[in-house]
Design a protein around this ligand. Sequence first.
Ligand code: BES
Ligand code: ZN
Length: 459
Amino acid sequence: MSEIATYLEQNAAKFEEDLKRLLRIPSVSTSEEHKPDMLACAQEVVRQLHEAGIPKAEIMPTPGHPIVYAESEQLPNRPTLLIYGHYDVQPEDPLDEWETPPFEPSIRDGKIYARGASDDKGQFIIHLKAAQTLNALGQLPVNLKFCIEGEEECGSPSLDPWIREHAELLKADVLVISDTTMYGPGQPSLLYGLRGLAYLEVEVKGGDSDMHSGMFGGAVPNPINELCRIIAALKDENYHITVPGFYDKVRPLTEEEREEWRKLNFDDEEYRKLVGAPALCGEKGFTSIERRWARPTLDVNGIWGGFTGEGAKTVIPSKAYAKISCRLVPDQDDREIAKLVEEEIKRLASPAVEVKVSFHHGGAPWMTSPDAPVLQAANIAAQKAWKATPVKVREGGSIPIVSTFTQVLQVPAVLLGIGLEDEQIHAPNEHLSLENFHAGIAASAYLMQEIAALPEFKK
Ligand code: BES
Ligand code: ZN
């Protein structure tokens, strides 16, 4: 067994313990009440960085939640890896659907259950443990910089400007992120594309106050009915989005890419079972993989208004609301798409209601060449860790900060995801495979070695 493998085996239990320490902190970034937990979590990340042999680790305050920034000793003639992750998590609700409490990590069937297990605490921590391993063996072959933020789940409002202000500090040769998934159990992947996002909120107002639906109904606008009519008109029967200009900048899929993806043998029926719906559906003319990886979407995330309590209340509401998100693909622009959707919603609205559309947050899609040299290094590292050849994939989720990093710092990115699709991120019973957690630490250590060995970094 190699020295690395031996060290990992000897420290496996300790590494799991450290992951649990992070998972016990309810670092939910979207709620004010968890502010102290955010700081506590940032402090725990700093503690673990120190333990990994990275003494220069500190908490950088921001107008929002703090950023943890750390550096190993920066030696000349070595490539520098900038590792990004996020210590914030999604809210835990609905609480009663968790089999064990979300912030009391519990191990069952080789999986660790807790909010943040897969997204992203159990993923970013693998790089700290890889650094710890290589440092302990005296074999760290690269310079490391860590940037672990606490606001990814709310669109990274503080990190985005922070990167631009600290471009010199963050200077690196490769960006490394683990916040995505593998193609399947035992099947690592090389990720070369992520979708972007445009998130909107719509308010529709009819009368000044709620009204009796018998006295007024039929002669006054009902904002919920109006909102539903508008939303329904945003897509046609082929699930094609009808907003004018929406697809103008969508980069068409190449025949080559479609062919590569066909070879992945994606099983729609298995996917349907995972989802639990009676059937799959989506834009006509595209496969499930294409719909998720290379086509934009428009989805209602929530809709509310009027009476939703027990029993019945005969009322015409004054207002109705919806949250709408669009997943974007290269070369769509989030602000441009938000504007187009806003204009179409307003155009569709009846003159009997007032419509307000606001832009929450957004982010650019990201795409690189699947043949980039750093992906070759990742290819070897993943192959060594999982004993399987990685497949080239894109994914449907978004990490908008990837584009900011790559554009501002002009660095290539390696996205080494160790999550699995059924790990319930953003949902009850989130978990992470411990096998992938340990393989991930090994993969990260190998990646550091492989990047150090790339010809372009042999200075
Ligand atoms: N880790 C996810 C993104 C992800 C998951 C990418 C799985 C690919 C596969 C990340 O934490 C996340 O949820 N991002 C948000 C974006 C954000 C702007 C709120 C998302 O995709 O909804
Ligand atoms: Zn994440």
